[in-house]
Design a protein around this ligand. Structure first.
Ligand SMILES: Nc1ncnc2c1ncn2[C@@H]1O[C@H](COP(=O)(O)OP(=O)(O)OP(=O)(O)O)[C@@H](O)[C@H]1O
Ligand SMILES: [Mg+2]
Length: 248
């Protein structure tokens, strides 16, 4: 799959104290691609996502969105705009349980982007329909199931009209049926034009859920290729060992 590159990281570095976590992390993601970032616990996958969206500041390296360099020192409104452009869905979702699904989704477009409420709500209802929750717009999030909450969190990120969506461990709290539904949803979003980078430990999910897999070790991507190829014919010893340990 080769569309124009939407998001690119070149040589990102990040250390916490004396510990280097990202060392020369480079990744270019074409439009509509679903990239899965895999690797053992502590490999730096979440840190990489957080650096892409500038929740963490890389110490060095370059970030580009649609070919334009994004200064990693951004603050204020420019930083908010970058985070809207590079949306993120977290494992723990960060939803407001006492608010309705609709109110959770329109919160950032109204308060961060300053969109008129009616406009944001119209878009939120379209997104709720897209994720199969058109009937639950008024339901409080705390009354929704785990899978439904996951969908609200994705709709909330999409309401900012991001160029790319980052998803960190979004399958970890879901049962098998919800995981299959989520896989179908991510493919629908990709077909509709959404570009995604997801971090997951679920190799069964990425086999058919991702177009491409990047294997991280030692703070960098050391193997990168089509999902099936990477899982079925790993080239590096480190990936072979990782897949072996994962029981594949
Ligand atoms: N804010 C922080 N301060 C200090 N160290 C951190 C911080 N965030 C992450 N680290 C360290 O960086 C390393 C990579 O963490 P990260 O969360 O990116 O790994 P991961 O690949 O997402 O792991 P997991 O699969 O367990 O989620 C770990 O050693 C972690 O302890
Ligand atoms: Mg993580």
């Amino acid at each position: 799959m080769t569309g124009p590159v939407v998001l690119e990281a070149r040589g990102l570095q990040k250390r916490f104290g004396d510990t280097p976590v990202l060392q020369d992390f480079s990744l270019a993601v074409p439009e509509r691609q679903i990239v899965a970032l895999i690797g053992k616990s502590g490999a730096g996958k979440s840190t990489a996502l957080r650096c892409l969206n500038l929740l963490e500041r890389p110490d060095a390296g370059t970030l580009l969105v649609d070919g334009q360099t994004v200064p990693t020192t951004l603050t204020g409104k420019a930083l908010s705009a970058h985070r809207a452009n590079v949306g993120m869905v977290f494992q723990h979702l960060h939803l407001f349980g006492h608010l309705s699904a609709l109110d959770n989704i329109v919160e950032a477009p109204v308060h961060v982007l300053g969109q008129p409420r009616a406009e944001a709500e119209a878009r939120a209802r379209d997104l709720l329909a897209q994720v199969g929750l058109q009937d639950r717009a008024g339901a409080r999030v705390q009354a929704l199931s785990g899978g439904q909450r996951q969908r609200v969190a994705i709709a909330r990120a999409l309401c900012m009209a991001p160029r790319v969506l980052l998803l960190d461990e979004v399958t970890s709290a879901l049962d098998v049926e919800n995981i299959a539904d989520l896989q179908a949803l991510l493919h629908e979003l990709s077909d509709a034009g959404t570009t995604m980078v997801m971090v997951t430990h679920d190799l069964a999910f990425v086999r058919d859920g991702a177009h491409r897999i990047c294997f991280m070790d030692g703070g960098a991507i050391i193997e990168d290729g089509p999902a099936h190829q990477l899982l079925d014919a790993p080239q590096s010893e480190r990936l072979q060992a990782f897949l072996g340990a994962a029981g594949r």
